[in-house]
Design a protein. Structure first.
Length: 138
């Protein structure tokens, strides 16, 4: 497997975070990577640095969102954004370095929840466009 920084994904993620209310996510501690030749059927996955490593290195929590090039890159922009939203949902509200499982205390990270949040994202994009149009683009 090869991996490299995914600056295009990072920009998309930053734009999503700008529109959605996810104040618990510390953007500067999110890193996007693109893997090639990974043995994963997933479009993307999220990684955290285990607590033992964070304690030994005396660093704060970080998360890596890895997109699997063979599965992710050919998707439409809408699907890419939904996948990133899905991965963001695995980050706990206290940004502790842990990961939220797909089934967590009654709320499931699934397509229904992702689509609900994606609609909020689209509404925020539309509101932003309307605000820009109302101010003459300034």
């Amino acid at each position: 497997m090869e991996s490299e920084r995914a600056y295009d994904v990072q920009l998309m993620l930053e734009e999503i975070l700008e529109k959605l209310s996810m104040p618990h996510v510390i953007n500067s501690r999110l890193i996007c990577m693109r893997s090639k030749n990974a043995s994963a059927n997933a479009y993307a996955r999220i990684w955290s640095l285990p607590a033992i490593w964070r304690n030994a290195l005396e660093i704060n929590p970080f998360y890596i969102i890895e997109v699997v090039s063979e599965n992710y890159d050919s998707l439409e922009q809408e699907e890419k954004k939904k996948i990133l939203i899905h991965e963001l949902l695995h980050i706990p509200k206290k940004f502790t370095g842990g990961l939220v499982p797909h089934k967590n205390r009654g709320e499931k990270i699934d397509d229904r929840l992702v689509n609900k949040i994606y609609k909020k994202y689209l509404a925020a994009c539309e509101a932003s466009r309307e605000q820009d149009a109302g101010s003459g683009g300034f």
